[in-house]
Write a protein that binds this ligand. Structure first.
Ligand SMILES: Nc1nc2c(ncn2[C@@H]2O[C@H](COP(=O)(O)OP(=O)(O)OP(=O)(O)O)[C@@H](O)[C@H]2O)c(=O)[nH]1
Ligand SMILES: [Mg+2]
Ligand SMILES: [Zn+2]
Length: 391
């Protein structure tokens, strides 16, 4: 006779309970898959929990038999996408499509909102069978500290609306400078929207510098409606993308441009004065007057793709212009003798704010690439060097 002591019995009971729990879990997984098939729009909802559910394992569909076309005329535009599925705009309506598993983009993300694609029918299903080359694109490294893969976050766009706010969260020029560089690299016109102008009348001093560079600067308020008509005029019959930190009011601007949209927004955190990452998926919206806008999730920082530290000066037009007078062709404008850029800085022709921004972008690119940014001496130089106002 085997005596079962109390602890063993408890163990068995516990095991039983765990098994039961596992079974329940399995059951829930089935529900997830069914949900996904019936309510695929969950993939693109702003609700985080539903969004995660949409990423659950997908049912396998039979492999397509016909080969992928090499030459084609695109018939749809990508509105939004997940890993294996995409919403496309085709013949005036949105349709859910599977992405053919054979479509691959080595070292890059496959699809972005704004991509022109070929959609073919496969029984009741619609499948994306081809992606057209992009006219313009905005990209960043998929991982900010590793230059391994390119993440395209908007394709075939005309304008990049960089949104910043005067307060809540406070104005941060670093991200604006980086977006201006990404726009130049991608061949897109930048528009700077300084939002929440109702909270603080004065524009940040950088605004004048950006205007001097030829960038359209539009002060806006979603509360008073200031600047919204001007923005509307600039976006008419074009496709553009809204980008910036979380909480600056990207989605609010979209709603201000087209009040019937009612896209979800949420309040900035009182404690941190930062946004709550409300928008979780980039999505293309069609408004009236031929305005098409891609709303994107707020980002903390923008890594730069496809540019080396040596090239970065070319993307600061006012630096590139005076750099022709430097003694050394590979001058970094940080420590070299007879540097025309630092001469321009000293006599006030080059604004210090922009020079500091150049140093920051360059140093971060160098550290992303594993180069020690020591030679730049940014920290050592800036505090005690006289600014044009002081000297
Ligand atoms: N006072 C004021 N508040 C604004 C303005 N625009 C937006 N807000 C508020 O700012 C908060 C954040 O707005 P969102 O539109 O959600 O910001 P977002 O940039 O889309 O943020 P993410 O989706 O997280 O990237 C909301 O509470 C808005 O009501 C404005 O012009 N003035
Ligand atoms: Mg948003
Ligand atoms: Zn120089």
């Amino acid at each position: 006779m085997v005596a079962v002591d109390e602890s063993t019995r408890m163990k068995y009971e516990l095991n039983g309970a765990m098994k039961k729990k596992k079974l329940e879990k399995k059951k829930r997984k089935d529900v997830r898959e069914r949900d996904w098939e019936r309510k695929h729009e969950y993939a693109f909802t702003h609700d985080r929990i539903k969004h995660r559910r949409a990423l659950a394992k997908l049912p396998q569909s039979p492999a397509a038999e016909s080969p992928l076309p090499t030459e084609f005329t695109p018939n749809a535009v990508v509105v939004s996408h997940a890993k294996k599925w995409a919403f496309v705009r085709i013949g005036g309506e949105d349709r859910m499509c599977r992405i053919d598993e054979r479509l691959k983009a080595p070292n890059a993300t496959l699809l972005a909102p704004g991509d022109h694609v070929l959609v073919e029918s496969e029984g009741d299903d619609a499948v994306i069978r081809g992606i057209a080359p992009r006219r313009t694109k905005l990209c960043r490294p998929a991982n900010i500290h590793k230059q391994v893969a390119e993440q395209v976050f908007a394709a075939n766009i005309d304008a990049l609306i960089v949104v910043a706010s005067v307060a809540q969260p406070r104005f941060r020029p670093g991200l604006v400078d980086r977006f201006l560089i990404a726009a130049q690299i991608g061949g897109v016109e930048p528009i700077l929207c300084i939002n929440k102008i109702d909270l603080c009348e004065a524009l940040p001093e950088e605004a004048a510098l950006y205007r001097a560079l030829g960038v359209q600067v539009i002060p806006t308020s979603c509360v008073t409606g200031e600047g919204i008509p001007a923005l509307r005029e600039l976006l008419r019959d074009r496709i553009s993308v809204l980008s910036g930190h979380s909480g600056v009011g990207k989605t609010s601007l979209l709603n201000a441009l087209e009040p019937s949209l009612r896209a979800p927004v949420s309040e900035v955190s009182q404690a941190t004065q930062k946004g709550r990452h409300t928008t979780s998926t980039a999505r293309l919206y069609e408004l009236s007057d031929g305005i098409r806008i891609i709303d994107t999730p707020g980002i903390r920082a923008l890594g730069l793709w496809g540019v080396s530290p040596e090239e970065i000066a070319y993307y600061f037009p006012e630096i590139a212009e005076v750099a022709e007078g430097c003694r050394f062709r590979d001058c970094t404008h940080t420590h070299e003798p007879q540097c025309a850029v630092r001469a321009a800085l000293d006599d006030g022709r080059l604004p210090r704010l922009r020079y500091d921004s150049y140093l920051r972008v360059r140093a971060s690119l160098e550290s992303d690439m594993g180069i020690t940014p020591g030679r730049i001496g940014f920290r050592a130089k800036t505090p005690d060097a006289p600014t044009p106002d002081e000297s």
